[in-house]
Design a protein around this ligand. Structure first.
Ligand code: KG4
Ligand code: ZN
Length: 344
């Protein structure tokens, strides 16, 4: 296959991401650009879908110009356009989909609709020390918490998943309970760093369930109960609660991931998705890896949360594997798109 220049576009939630990936010589990311909408949504305490869509419209063209400039490429050098088709916010997805399909049609190149979670799943391959297949993936984002066996591009088997809230969702909701600003996950993690372990001990849901599923909604309720017991927690108490919450969630994620490694007999764990940026999670996993039985891989911090680079990469790998490209034209965003439909 001749070398290809793949444009990647991400617009599933509150970040517009655009990237250029060159498949030449094993493939490399040429450049990527991101606009975060944190400032837009902050005063509302969460993502406002209509504002998200409008902002994606404003940002996508300037970001495309920027990546083309930075990579010193011309628009007509693009060989295919990959975009996040779902899952995510319908309006936000439609902006990326319509833009990608329109651009591809104008250029006369194919499009590659990408599943957002596949982007996360493959994002560690962008790092300087990429994991070889097969591996176990712990995918922990705002919308998903899953353990998967990954044998290759498009070859995914679900081993376990959350029965209710996703890990990131639990971080965000708990952050709100503690009065922290959106985006809650990183704010809660920062507060937890200042708290003391063991002062507030919360349950570890499904820890001994024998399977690889998660459940986090009860943990949020346990925090709520604790906050109500205290009444108006001061700064130190809030930090201790945050620490207790983080310890509990990280403990469950780590133990289930290690169990998945044990059951599969694979020695490699990949951590992907926004919660993969959590330092305590990384510290615990690195401690286990240091004992020598498993190797843990992470995406670069900038590729843990949503970005265009992972979409360009997933698009390039799917194109090379001969899956999922199509002529530009008829398209639909897929706000709900079970990852299971990709399982080979
Ligand atoms: O992967 P992502 O950017 O978007 C989705 O696909 O959902 O993940 C966002 C999630 C949010 O719930 C956010 O609170 C969480 O990842 N997150 C974190 C951290 N950074 C982001 N959770 C815990 N600790 C962090 N440092
Ligand atoms: Zn994401």
């Amino acid at each position: 296959m001749p070398p290809m220049l793949i444009l990647g576009i991400e617009s599933s939630c509150d970040e517009t991401g655009v990237a250029l990936y060159d498949t030449q010589a094993g493939g490399r990311l040429l450049t990527h650009a991101l606009h975060s909408q944190v400032a837009t949504h902050r005063e509302y305490g969460g993502v406002v879908p209509e504002l998200a869509s409008r902002d994606h419209i404003r940002r996508v063209v300037p970001l495309l110009r920027k990546v083309l400039n930075d990579a010193r490429r011309a628009r007509d050098q693009i060989d295919a356009v990959a975009y996040t088709q779902g899952p995510g916010l319908a309006g936000a997805l439609l902006v990326g989909a319509a833009f990608a399909e329109g651009l591809a049609m104008a250029l006369g190149v194919p499009v590659i609709p990408v599943h957002h979670l596949e982007g996360h799943l493959l994002s560690p391959l962008l790092s300087s020390q990429p994991p070889p297949f097969p591996f176990i993936a712990l995918l922990v984002s705002g919308g998903h918490s899953q353990l998967m066996r990954v044998d290759g591009v498009g070859q995914y088997r679900l081993l376990g998943e959350t029965l209710d809230d996703a890990a990131g969702e639990a971080f965000d909701k708990t952050a709100k309970l503690l009065g922290l600003p959106y985006p809650g996950g990183p704010a809660l993690a920062a507060l937890a760093e200042r708290g003391r372990s063991g002062v507030c001990v919360f349950p570890r849901p499904l820890l001994n369930s024998g399977d690889l599923d998660f459940s986090f909604s009860g943990l949020k309720t346990a925090v709520l109960t604790r906050v109500r017991e205290i009444g108006e927690p001061d700064e130190r108490q809030r930090a201790d609660i945050a620490r207790g919450f983080q310890d509990a969630i990280v403990d469950v994620l780590v133990r289930k991931a290690v169990r998945a490694i044990g059951i599969s007999g694979l020695g490699r764990l990949v951590v992907a998705g926004g919660v993969g940026a959590n330092r305590e999670l990384r510290r615990r996993l690195n401690e286990i890896a240091a004992q020598g039985n498993i190797k843990v891989f992470y995406p670069e911090f900038e590729f843990c949360t949503d970005n265009g680079a992972m979409i360009a990469l997933a698009g390039a790998l799917r194109f090379q594997a001969g899956i999922s490209q199509k002529p530009a034209g008829a398209f639909a965003a897929r706000p709900r798109w079970p990852l299971g439909e990709l399982f080979g």
